[in-house]
Design a binder for this molecule. Sequence first.
Ligand SMILES: C[S@@+](CC[C@H](N)C(=O)[O-])C[C@H]1O[C@@H](n2cnc3c(N)ncnc32)[C@H](O)[C@@H]1O
Length: 273
Amino acid sequence: MNKTIKSPEDIDWEYFWEEKLKSQENTFKKDWNKEAPHFAKRVKQDEYMENLFNKMRIDSELTAIDLGCGEGSITIPLSKLVKNVTAVDSSEKMLEILEEKINKENIENITIINETIEDVSIEKVKKHDIVLASRSFNGIVPIIEAIKKINEIANKYVYITLFGPNNWKFERDFYKSIGKNNDHFAPYYYLFNILVSMGINPNVENLEIQKKRSYESVHDAMENGKWNLDSFNEDEKIKLRSYLKKNLIINEDGRLEHPDDKADWVLIWWKKE
Ligand SMILES: C[S@@+](CC[C@H](N)C(=O)[O-])C[C@H]1O[C@@H](n2cnc3c(N)ncnc32)[C@H](O)[C@@H]1O
């Protein structure tokens, strides 16, 4: 990008969004098939879903599509509040777990599609009243093309959640202390600016999650915190153990926690004209 910037409108936010992702080392790319069995346990701890649903305009007459649905932490409760849900994800393992849950609960209004968000098309999925991409949009490229498509799929509302400024703060501080950078996702306001450049004026709200993650022990915090342990060498594992030992404090339930160790999500949403 060599263009001279004469006004804020000249900034190519899509370029910067994609540059950030390109800087992502392989070690920060998630293998969602591998994550699948542990994911539900990790996300169940806080008020994310409750706060998200409180901000969404949900109605039992509306149809929804859940892009990057994972193992259904949001899809299944959402299916009880709307007419039906199309659940899309690129991870077979996540979808296997979702299918098991659907069968166990005899849910009849969820359709599963194994597809990437980038490759979803209106011909394949048809239009839906609500488009939701919950915790699945931070890594999407090409971003403008994906937004055009999901905007076309939506009849009424589009909801996207992205990392907030304090998400991963506890992790970021550790990485900094060992000289590693884990800042490989574009901040939420890049997407805001991309949308504005496309003529979409979205609402931006923080989901204001208060509940901190908590652990039984330092071992539990290593195994079940948001650490990509496979990418750590032995020395880094030792440093992580001592970082956790030094920083985690005992809460009133006798579990270990840290004030910065909680999720921070921003909801970007708009109503179709
Ligand atoms: C953090 S989980 C979120 C799951 C669920 N939406 C929630 O909020 O609990 C991210 C999910 O998005 C899926 N995902 C990530 N990138 C994707 C893409 N480009 N296309 C389709 N699914 C994707 C992953 O497989 C994973 O299941």
